[in-house]
Design a protein around this ligand. Structure first.
Ligand code: GRF
Length: 201
């Protein structure tokens, strides 16, 4: 059973889906810790009510990105964390952190990467006129939204979609995809090798 931490900054609906999935007895990972860099993050309450350890580490208390990342990493290590899931964590992590947790650090992004990196993702998709969009779970590497892809899910883009309606359709898929991808990493059916995701059958 792998010990997992989820890093959030806000609503935490993906965190909730991970906690719910991991509460199944046969799930190969346990959500042992939730860290938020924002004290008012909604997701913290759900995690605490689910009996999961929570910790707020405000980036504002640190002079540099690296100092904040070292503090986060120290807390993860002290808690015996083996896998870290970013779930709506709105801080760019340093190269040091990405390297420190290489192969054990996942992110979910609400587009079919490598399309539409960064923020305002659904606006970007609608602007581009794509007819399908979706979400991606990937290993985190130093370059933003660029790590090797573990899993993706697609949704149709409707002609009357707004960023909000498209976001809601994608989010429903995120909630299924992230637990599935975490399960794969925790049970060893996917691993990072050099700069590729390698799948075991
Ligand atoms: C999700 O759309 C996720 O893909 C993106 O930020 C959003 C976070 O939502 N990285 P939530 O906090 O998990 O509800």
């Amino acid at each position: 059973m792998k010990r997992v931490a989820v890093l959030i900054s806000g609503r935490g609906s993906n965190m909730r889906s991970l906690i719910t999935a991991a509460s199944a007895p046969d799930f190969p990972a346990k959500i042992a810790l939730v860290i938020s860099n924002v004290v008012s993050a909604e997701g913290l309450r759900f995690a605490a009510e689910a009996g999961i350890a929570t910790k707020v580490i405000s980036h504002k208390a640190y002079e540099s990105r690296e100092e904040f990342d070292h503090a986060v990493s120290a807390v993860l290590e002290a808690a015996g964390i083996e896998i870290v899931c970013l779930a709506g964590f709105m801080r760019i992590l340093s190269d040091w952190f990405a390297k420190r947790w290489e192969g054990r650090l996942l992110n979910i992004h609400p587009s079919l990467l490598p399309l539409f990196k960064g923020t305002h993702v659904h606006e970007q998709a609608l602007q581009a006129g794509v007819r399908v969009s979706g979400c991606t779970v990937h290993f985190v590497v130093p370059e933003l939204d660029a790590g090797p892809i573990i899993a993706q899910a697609t949704v149709p883009v409707e002609s009357d979609d707004t960023p909000e309606t498209l976001a809601a359709r994608v989010l429903a898929e995120e909630h299924k995809l992230y637990p599935a991808a975490l399960k794969m990493l925790a049970e060893g059916t996917v691993r990072l090798e050099k700069d590729r995701a390698v799948f075991a059958l």
